[in-house]
Design a binder for this molecule. Structure first.
Ligand code: MSP
Length: 666
């Protein structure tokens, strides 16, 4: 990510955070990606003997959450409680070793938010005023008219709402110069460089004061002395990093861990972290985080994965199909951190088959198998080393430097590439030295040296895999009868750590090869909620239904694996009749339909550019009846109708013979 070693060894503890996740959305691999990355670094730092505070959590306040809860007929609290469990379960499945899980609805957090409000106010940075402009509820962000793209949110492409409210502002403009200086004098403050440049030009263009309250709803932390207003959810959320560190509550923890060593965030939320957050801290006189690192997006068919687009792959389904460690490995190995990556099951399977089952699995299997076959299952002591043995040792010494360099510059894929070069080198060592020939010829000393070296290389590879694949590393270390005994990375990875004389049995295969396409359940997100709309930067990504995908013919096709008849049968297509239709207020293309498909359903369809509402009642249509309900413009859409063509000339799919409403299409 940068040539410099950015994560320095210090006496201060290593404090690493993920963003806190909104609770209107169940976890998907976008969330898992950040969390696994943070977990890998946390485990690496612990292995290096550092004191680590690794925090994740949930962002539970705000209009978006309140609205989602309302639409589901539940309280925001009930929604949050359920989704929080989903996140915690997902992190358990992915073996995430967080030290603290913060929920913004906790009392410890409200206290910090109030304390910070008071500090920023005492600094003269909070004043009353009227906010007039636009607001994107899904992103919880303010926009000026000029910033909108085709009248929609410039980040997510969704519709924005006009807002005019009396409230409070933060004097962000006051920090423009100091922020610029900080970014300019700390080249590693924002990473990678592309994001740093983006933020530099944003700040140079001029910072406007920021509205930091919202009116008209109550799901948030109240403004001290003005409980009719709630504190802007991004101010509330960013302060979670202080709460976790024990700010104004636990002086010792705060001293040990503040400032944060590293905030890992997605590129879409870099502005909040690299502009607003440091300005809040400057106002309150608190030191700034050391590094903010933005990663890219996971896409499916080159469209950003997100729940609202319905094209998500859930961590649960990935883990149930591929296992925890293969999932972790894939996420960290496949895409250089910072760049976007396209998810496909073939990519996962290729990694599993070639890197995990072949290279790593093979090494363990032959290393243990040879000890069983040629040494009665007892690890022999090595004898004098020849050039093959010393070359392997030399390779392990080189790996140490390459691995540390990559980890400290947050280049996970490079760290893993280095480990795999070593693993492949160890396999080559066996191929070239052919220990079975020494066994046959009775060259016991040479044979023993080969057996020891092969086991030792396998053990060392496992040590380097601890941060990435903790379960697999444990399995390998158990198979070669070695423990980590609380030692640090340097000692553990030093050559010669395997103790001769231990018993070794033939190891079971570590990974099963996968050649099938993702099973239906493995892609629950995308099969349950068909990819609907690309993450456009333009208006018009506001709806559900065929008009959305048709609206963006330039988008590359979504991933279309061959499916089995059983998979097809999971889609419930039914014949229906449109009973009534009306335009959705505020949208140019959405129409709200009441449809009879054997039962009455409300469907919001993006067909408004091809059909006038009055032409629709009585039309026979085909509906996806078991699509996960989605909320569009505050209306719950309970299915999707099928249509073909470009957005202005869509044709509805229909049946050309009589079929009763509700008839299942086969
Ligand atoms: N609640 C805010 C963060 C507040 S932090 C003080 C938020 N939450 S989020 O749930 O919408 O997103 C959290 C993180 O997930 C972001 O860093 C975002 O970039 C990341 N991802 C969401 N979808 C993603 C992909 N498809 N790919 C990779 N990461 C993406 O924003």
């Amino acid at each position: 990510m940068t040539e410099e070693r950015i994560l320095k060894q210090e006496n201060k503890g290593f404090y690493i955070t993920t963003p806190i996740y909104y609770v209107n959305d169940v976890p998907h691999i976008g969330h898992a990606y950040t969390t696994v990355a943070a977990d890998v670094l946390a485990r690496y730092k612990r292995l290096c003997g550092e004191k680590v505070l690794f925090a994740t959590g949930t962002d539970e306040h705000g209009k978006k959450i309140q609205r989602s809860a309302q639409q589901q007929g539940r309280t925001p609290r009930a929604l949050a409680d359920e989704v929080v469990r989903r996140f915690q379960d997902a992190w358990k499945l992915l073996d995430i070793s967080y030290d603290d899980f913060i929920r913004t609805t906790e009392d410890r957090h409200a206290a910090v938010v109030h304390e910070m409000w008071n500090r920023m106010k005492a600094a003269g940075d909070i004043y009353e005023g009227v906010y007039e402009g636009w607001y994107c509820v899904p992103d919880e962000s303010y926009w000026t008219e000029k910033e909108l793209v085709n009248g929609a949110c410039p980040v997510c492409g969704r519709d924005v709402e006009k807002v005019q409210e009396q409230g409070y502002f933060f004097k962000l403009s006051r920090y423009q110069q100091r922020l610029l200086e900080h970014i300019e004098t700390h080249p590693d403050f924002i990473l990678p460089a592309s994001r740093r440049n983006e933020i530099l030009s944003f700040v140079r263009e001029g910072l406007k004061d920021l509205s930091i309250t919202r009116a008209g709803f109550d799901w948030g932390i109240k403004v001290p002395d003005n409980p009719k207003l709630v504190i802007y959810v991004w101010l509330d959320a960013l302060l979670n990093y202080l709460t976790v560190a024990g700010f104004s509550r636990d002086g010792e923890r705060f001293k040990q861990f503040w400032p944060p060593s590293l905030h890992i965030v997605g590129k879409d939320i870099i502005k909040f972290h690299a502009v607003y957050w440091p300005a809040f801290l400057m106002s309150a006189g608190i030191p700034l985080p050391e590094h903010i690192v933005a990663h890219g997006w996971w896409t499916l068919g080159d469209v950003k994965m997100s729940k609202s687009l319905g094209n998500v792959v859930s961590p649960e389904s990935l883990v149930s199909t591929y296992g925890t460690d293969a999932t972790r490995y894939f996420l960290m190995r496949e895409v250089p951190f910072g760049l976007d990556g396209n998810f496909s099951d073939t990519a996962v399977q290729t990694r599993i088959n070639s890197d995990l089952a072949n290279d790593l699995g093979n090494l363990l299997s032959r290393a243990t198998g040879m000890v069983v076959r040629f040494a009665g299952g007892v690890l022999p002591a090595p004898d004098t080393a020849d050039q093959f043995d010393t070359a392997l040792q030399q390779q392990s010494a080189e790996l140490s430097g390459a691995y540390d360099a990559a980890m400290n510059t947050i280049e996970f894929h490079a760290a893993l590439t280095a480990v795999w070069e070593f693993i492949r080198g160890a396999n080559r060592y066996v191929d070239q030295t052919k220990p079975w020939q020494d066994a046959k010829a009775g060259n016991t000393q040479r044979l023993n040296t080969r057996l020891y070296h092969t086991i030792e290389a396998t053990r060392i590879a496992a040590i380097y895999l601890i941060p990435f694949m903790p379960g697999t590393a444990r399995t390998i270390l158990a198979a070669v009868s070695q423990e980590t005994k609380g030692l640090g990375l340097k000692q553990l990875a030093a050559w010669g750590g395997s103790a001769p004389g231990v018993s070794i049995a033939q190891a079971q295969p570590l990974f099963e090869k996968k050649t099938d396409a993702l099973k239906a359940g493995a892609n629950a997100g995308s099969s349950a909620a068909e990819p609907r709309q690309p993450a456009g930067r333009k208006k018009g990504t506001d709806g559900q239904g065929p008009a959305q995908s048709a609206a963006k013919p330039a988008q590359p096709p979504m991933m279309t694996p061959i499916i089995s008849i059983d998979q097809f049968k999971t889609v419930e297509l039914k014949v229906g009749t449109i009973l009534s239709a009306q335009k959705v207020e505020g949208s140019s293309k959405l129409i709200k339909l009441e449809v009879d498909i054997g039962e009455k359903r409300t469907i919001v369809a993006g067909i408004g550019k091809s059909y006038a509402p009055e032409d629709l009642p009585g039309k026979r249509i085909v509906v996806v009846a078991n699509l996960q309900p989605a909320e569009l413009f505050g209306i719950q859409s309970q299915g999707m109708l099928l249509a073909a063509g470009d957005p202005e000339h869509l044709g509805l799919l229909t049946v050309d013979r009589d079929a009763a409403n509700g008839t299942r299409i086969k």
